[in-house]
Write a new protein. Structure first.
Length: 288
């Protein structure tokens, strides 16, 4: 069944867990994610990223309606979310399709411009009864790979989200949750992640809204637990699911048909998603 972020955050807050947000670029992603959510009886977020328009076969036009239909049929609450929307018109296209949640990413803009554009996006999302996420602070990785930001800046918070600015941003824009920069990286980590856990807590206390962690792949389960304890309620996860699918399909011995790759990839992604989702929701062995 369809849900918004605001439908599922109160329970996540009460249980002190995080909801996984998985990017969808093919049908096998949808199957892997929904199979896992129903198996664990947990709500889940399926996201389509505007940045994936160019690098993947699927587009919002082709994948969006499929995501909507599959979410409606699911036995658990499913948020259909637009990830990293950078144009208001693109966000509106997703909302018109029925997406229950959108992200406006103005993190590359000057602060005041980010506030102004985010306010516009909030107004639009509200008109469609959708939830809205925004972002401040700079993150390394795919979407900002020309910004020259390096990883592991725990000792130097200059590129991280500032708690006072985050509080001001949330008060001015009225967003439902905030993506913050505290040491994670989009895509693959090329050195050990070094997250600023204290900053997550400061951001959570300063803003009083759920904190969103982007770049969730490659972070240890121990570190997931720490950020969740400090206020992260949504974790964006894609790269390692995608890698697991490649490994699963690649391990096939002399397949004759494409559907054998699709099945093996889906099965491997399901296992990876389950491991992540169990950790986020305290259903892993360490928590039982
Ligand atoms: Zn992201």
């Amino acid at each position: 069944m369809l849900a918004t972020l605001n439908d599922i955050y109160p329970d996540a807050q009460k249980r002190r867990i995080a909801v996984g947000a998985f990017n969808i670029v093919n049908f096998e992603n949808i199957l892997a994610v929904l199979e896992t959510a129903e198996k664990l009886n947990e709500p889940v977020i399926m996201a389509f990223a505007q940045t994936h328009e160019e690098n993947h076969i699927a587009t919002l036009d082709t994948m969006g309606p499929v995501m909507m239909l599959m979410a409606e049929q699911a036995k658990v609450p499913v948020v259909v979310h637009l990830d990293h929307g950078v144009n208001i018109s693109y966000i509106e296209k997703a909302l018109k399709m029925g997406f229950t949640s959108v992200m406006f990413d103005g993190s590359a803009l000057p602060y005041e411009e980010n506030v102004a554009k985010t306010k516009e996006a909030v107004k639009l999302a509200r008109a469609y009864h959708a939830s809205i996420e925004a972002e401040i602070g700079k993150m390394a990785g795919i979407t900002l790979n020309n910004s020259g930001i390096t990883e592991n800046r725990k000792s130097n918070r200059s590129n991280y989200t500032d708690p006072a600015e985050a509080a001001d941003f949330v008060a001015k824009t009225g967003v439902d949750c905030l993506a913050c920069s505290f040491g994670t990286v989009h895509g693959e980590y090329f050195s050990e992640p070094n997250l600023d856990f204290d900053l997550v807590k400061e951001l959570s206390e300063a803003t009083n809204v759920p904190i969103v962690m982007h770049g969730g792949s490659g972070v240890s389960h121990e570190d997931y637990k720490k950020v969740i304890a400090n206020g992260v309620r949504k974790i964006n996860y894609f790269t390692y699911m995608d890698k697991a699918g490649a490994a699963g399909a690649g391990a096939l011995k002399e397949p004759n048909y494409f559907h054998e790759y699709a099945q093996a990839g889906k099965d491997a992604m399901q296992k990876d998603v389950e491991s992540a989702m169990r950790c986020f929701t305290n259903k892993d062995e360490g928590s039982l």
